[in-house]
Design a protein around this ligand. Structure first.
Ligand SMILES: CCCCC/C=C\C/C=C\C/C=C\CCC(=O)SCCNC(=O)CCNC(=O)[C@H](O)C(C)(C)COP(=O)(O)OP(=O)(O)OC[C@H]1O[C@@H](n2cnc3c(N)ncnc32)[C@H](O)[C@@H]1OP(=O)(O)O
Ligand SMILES: Cc1cc2nc3c(=O)[nH]c(=O)nc-3n(C[C@H](O)[C@H](O)[C@H](O)COP(=O)(O)OP(=O)(O)OC[C@H]3O[C@@H](n4cnc5c(N)ncnc54)[C@H](O)[C@@H]3O)c2cc1C
Length: 616
């Protein structure tokens, strides 16, 4: 499987290169690469073994290395002359980066670093492509000078001979084993023993070790985390894509499959006529659109921040970090759970490999873990919200994506309930700020009672997580509202298209309202009649969006090859394709399977003989 994936990935990368040269000659624009990786990834159901090379190895060389280091390593990596990965996670550590055990000791006598993974738990474990594909990696290690720890640093390490692909001396490398998906990615392990690299193999754009061993600290240590921020932005984009693929499949199947009359004596309707089926499928279509728009915003913010960081302006890093964390978490959680809901909406056929929904789930699900495990990133955002709440209390301005927190903090009570979009959006934001305030009171009380900040974060973890989750909802819903209601290009839309968009906004806001009704009722008084009115509107907007469901998912414009699903093909010939797929199963090559003579027949005969004996 791995070699097939590598073959496909290389073919697709070549195609991508020609597209890039045609549409973006010599440009460094990341989009063709990303679109290409998206396409490559989508075309290789077992995952793209070059993803981490494209997304992290080349980017780390460009952003963390000096111009000279880019010339030496980065150009060759961008041109796919060398293939690398990002080797940070270890067998014993993934989240707590300051606990990473791999070490780099500077030898000023030879102006080299001596790299070691001192224990089994120090082995790098998980990096994509590391098992068999890559011949280089970015090796993340704790830097030591004269045995004094200086923090994390990144090193360009060649792990295999460029001609023979043999592991180099001092390198122990291999595949970590089968996973629940992405088995074409050959995630690997790497142990290094007294492996020497020249001083100039340490990426030194932001921090340096001089020939005499003097250490020049980075002005902002967190800039070494920047490669992870980029992938978090990519995950938001990629996982909204996975959800859109699954929504396309389930929608198309739901207008082909007929089952269970709604009126006695009437013909069986398309299953999408059932209201509960609409509630399973249509909100997922809208969620995919909502996250695609949020991910595009995040991508723009990443590009602006990356350019600023290149100019040594680190001011926007904290906001990008907070948004990248919360959108990575929100998109990966909602896409993973949404894809499973869509699979279940397709009945038994949703469970067939030919439907491809299981594989799309297996591609989407690990994003809840990699690039920062979601619950950890929720806590990270919770901490940032605590810091920002202190700013609010001090009367200071907040970063733009948190400005609503200041506004809501000035409200002594929630205004008269109207049920309008603005009212629903404000309700979610108001509940978020209420949760932040409660979390802050708990956190602050703990710090005041002499708990350390890290302990206070841990013991306030549930409230911090809730506040972070509601912050994500507030940002995403606010972004969607702005795009639909206040977009500068709104006048270019036809009235019909604007109406569909407004129906999608109505559905998203009401769906989020009901999902967090408990959180909202904690801070806002809403009557049963007002809630029932929203229930009616939910049923109504599902009915309104039903006729547009297929057109919206067709607009995602996934080629049948990308969907790779007998349930979701554009021509709708589901049963023929299911049957065609079934007949291809190896067990159908013979009428009598080999196991009949070898196992089944003796087994049945033995039982028959025993039955006869027991009668005698
Ligand atoms: C579209 C094309 C296809 C796209 C396909 C997409 C995806 C699939 C392809 C590739 C992905 C495959 C594999 C994924 C690769 C990996 O998984 S790489 C390994 C990822 N590992 C992690 O993410 C580790 C997670 N842990 C952390 O990030 C950190 O440990 C932490 C949890 C954030 C804690 O940081 P730490 O420094 O230890 O402590 P603290 O929380 O106190 O932070 C100190 C201050 O630093 C600020 N900060 C933290 N992180 C960042 C950051 N990234 N950027 C900016 N600032 C950061 C933090 O807010 C604190 O600031 P203060 O002001 O001091 O409070
Ligand atoms: C498909 C896939 C591809 C990957 N690719 C790469 C790669 O290319 N390069 C790379 O370096 N890594 C890669 N990783 C590793 C990934 O980044 C780590 O798995 C991730 O960072 C989580 O670390 P961990 O697995 O060690 O879990 P741990 O850090 O051990 O966490 C385990 C669990 O403990 C809990 N936990 C941990 N810390 C806290 C905390 N502070 N507060 C509360 N709870 C906590 C959480 O529930 C967490 O799920 C990949 C992983 C996967 C699944």
């Amino acid at each position: 499987m791995a070699s097939m994936s590598v073959k496909h990935a290389i073919a697709a990368a070549k195609k991508l290169r020609s597209l890039q040269e045609r549409f973006n000659p010599g440009g460094s624009d990341i989009y063709p690469a990303l679109m290409g990786d998206e396409a490559i990834t989508a075309l290789i159901p077992s995952g793209n073994p070059l993803s981490v090379h494209i997304l992290m190895f080349t980017r780390a060389l460009r952003e963390q290395g000096t111009d000279e280091q880019y010339e030496k390593f980065g150009r060759r990596a961008d041109n796919n002359e060398i293939i690398g990965t990002f080797a940070q996670t270890e067998l014993g550590h993934g989240t707590y980066l300051r606990g990473l055990e791999a070490r780099a000791d500077y030898d000023r006598g030879t102006e080299e670093f001596v790299l070691n993974t001192p224990k089994l738990s120090s082995y790098k474990w998980w990096p994509g492509g590391l098992g068999q594909t890559c011949n280089y990696c970015i090796f993340v290690a704790q830097l030591y000078i004269d045995n004094e720890a200086k923090g994390m640093a990144m090193f360009v390490v060649q792990i295999r001979d460029e001609e023979t692909h043999m592991p180099l001396p001092g390198v122990h490398v291999g595949e970590i084993g089968k996973k629940m998906g992405l088995n074409g990615v050959n995630n690997g392990f790497l142990g290094l023993k007294d492996y020497r690299v020249p001083r100039l193999n340490m990426l030194m754009r932001h921090q340096q070790v001089l020939p005499d061993g003097r250490f020049v600290k980075s002005p902002v240590s967190q800039v070494s985390y920047f490669p992870m921020v980029f992938v978090r932005c990519m995950v938001a984009r990629q996982n909204s894509n996975y959800l859109a693929q699954a929504a396309t499949i389930a929608t198309r199947y739901s207008v082909i499959r007929r089952q269970s009359p709604i009126e006695e004596g009437q013909p069986e309707p398309k299953i999408l006529e059932h209201l509960t089926q609409q509630m399973k499928v249509i909100p997922e279509i809208v969620t995919a659109v909502v996250y695609r728009l949020a991910a595009a915003n995040l991508q723009n913010m990443y590009n602006e921040t990356a350019e600023a960081v290149y100019r040594k302006d680190f001011s926007r890093l904290p906001e990008l970090h907070a948004l990248a964390c919360i959108l990575k978490v929100a998109t990966s959680y909602d896409s993973t759970y949404g894809i499973e809901r869509l699979r279940q909406a397709c009945g038994g056929h949703g469970y067939l490999t030919a439907g491809n929904l299981g594989n799309i789930f297996a591609m989407a699900a690990p994003a809840c873990t990699y690039e920062g495990e979601n619950s950890v990133l929720y806590l990270q955002v919770g901490k940032i919200l605590m810091k920002n709440w202190s700013q609010v209390l001090a009367g200071r301005e907040l970063m733009p994506s948190m400005a609503y927190i200041s506004e809501c903090s000035k409200m002594t009570s929630f205004p008269q309930w109207t049920g309008s979009w603005e009212c629903l959006l404000k309700a979610i934001q108001y509940a978020c700020v209420g949760s932040i305030r409660l979390a802050f009171q708990s956190y602050n009380a703990r710090v005041q009672s002499a708990q350390s900040q890290t302990a206070a974060v841990n013991y306030s973890g549930l409230e911090l997580t809730k506040a972070a989750e509601l912050h994500g909802r507030s940002y995403v819903a606010g972004n969607f509202y702005q795009q639909i209601v206040n977009s500068p290009n709104k006048h270019q839309r036809s009235p019909q298209f604007q109406k569909v968009l407004e129906n999608m906004l109505e559905l998203h806001l009401i769906q989020i309202f009901f999902r967090h009704l408990g959180d909202i009722l904690r801070f806002i008084r809403i009557t049963e009649d007002e809630i029932s009115a929203l229930q009616r509107r939910l049923e109504e907007v599902l009915k309104e969006l039903r006729p547009d469901a297929v057109a919206i998912t067709d607009a995602f414009d996934f080629n049948d090859k990308i969907l790779s699903s007998a349930l979701g093909c554009y021509d709708g010939n589901v049963y023929e394709r299911l049957f065609e797929a079934a007949l291809k199963h190896p067990l159908n090559r013979k009428s009598v399977p080999d196991f009949f003579e070898a196992h089944l027949k003796p087994f049945m005969k033995e039982n028959a003989d025993n039955a006869k004996k027991s009668k005698l």
